[in-house]
Design a protein around this ligand. Structure first.
Ligand SMILES: NC(=O)c1ccc[n+]([C@@H]2O[C@H](COP(=O)([O-])OP(=O)(O)OC[C@H]3O[C@@H](n4cnc5c(N)ncnc54)[C@H](O)[C@@H]3O)[C@@H](O)[C@H]2O)c1
Length: 261
């Protein structure tokens, strides 16, 4: 008899970069159903537009435990009308459907671009341009500091965090927002869409650390109701605080972008 594996996972946006990194690592641990505009070849999936009727999303979600919500136009250059019509609408639908269909936890792919404007200020401006400051200790940007979105895309992710906060407080669903740093296919600091190689020495989140962060978010204690965590590797020049995710979910990244210096 096939043993039922817990929890049962939904991955929206499963066919994209992060979905394709996660799927092979999670498929043997959990029952998974992917949702994307185009079917995945890696996991069982349905073709569905998450901005369409959320009642259909509710019926897809029935019987599942956790949603990893990746569906979005992921470019930092995404224009406002697409952020509003796709990204924000999708996040709203997914979280509303989750909160009404017995899903216990949503892991929302937020972004470091929620606080990207801090990078205009010293010392972050110097770090992202490779002009490294002399000080040994960099004051970390924390998730309790005010948001400073750097783009319409960043505004969309900030709004997603607000949507998550509302549904978590109103309907008692657990939601973890991950302000993901830089994930790329090559899995090392390179020039990629929206970021430079030199910036990604600070912002890289390696595939192994990403997988650890997602697994620890899935399995976080039930008293984790609403949290925002930065998703970054243990890079020498990282400037986001990750002490809170270590304390609350045990995330301790193992990799440091300096190994590619
Ligand atoms: N890659 C990174 O470095 C990074 C950094 C910060 C945040 N993020 C966020 O993480 C998530 C995944 O990123 P990625 O790099 O895999 O992006 P991606 O563009 O490779 O994948 C996104 C996937 O979402 C799907 N999608 C978009 N709108 C949809 C809709 N309405 N209905 C169904 N599917 C839809 C797309 O078809 C695509 O397969 C995104 O939300 C992105 O904003 C990524």
């Amino acid at each position: 008899m096939k043993q039922r594996k817990f929890p049962k996972l939904i991955i929206t946006g499963c066919n994209g970069l992060i979905g394709s990194i996660l799927s092979p690592k999670l498929i043997n641990l959990y029952e998974i159903l992917g949702i994307d505009l185009i079917k995945s070849t890696l996991i069982p999936s349905v073709e569905f537009n998450t901005t369409s009727n959320y009642k259909n999303l509710k019926s897809i979600f029935k019987g599942f435990d956790v949603v990893i919500d990746l569906a979005a136009h992921s470019s930092v250059k995404t224009p406002w009308d697409m952020v509003a019509s796709n990204n924000i609408q999708s996040t709203y639908n997914v979280i509303k459907a989750a909160s009404e269909s017995g899903i216990k936890r949503v892991i929302f792919a937020s972004s470091n671009h929620v606080t990207g404007m801090y990078e205009k200020d010293y010392p972050y401006n110097n770090i992202v341009s490779g002009n490294y400051p002399k000080e040994n200790k960099i004051p970390y940007i924390t998730t309790s500091m005010p948001i400073r979105p750097d783009s319409p895309y960043g505004i969309g992710k900030s709004t997603g965090e607000a949507i998550a906060k509302y549904f978590s407080e109103k309907f008692n669903i657990s939601i973890i927002c991950l302000r993901i740093g830089t994930v790329n296919l090559k899995n090392k600091p390179i020039d990629s869409e929206g970021t430079s190689a030199i910036r990604s020495f600070a912002t890289l989140l390696t595939h192994d650390d990403l997988i650890q962060l997602i697994k620890k978010s899935i399995n976080a204690p039930t008293n984790v109701k609403y949290e925002i965590f930065y998703g970054v590797s243990n890079n020498k020049w990282r400037f986001w605080n990750i002490k809170d995710s270590e304390i609350k979910i045990g995330y301790i990244p193992n990799e440091n972008a300096e190994k590619w210096r």
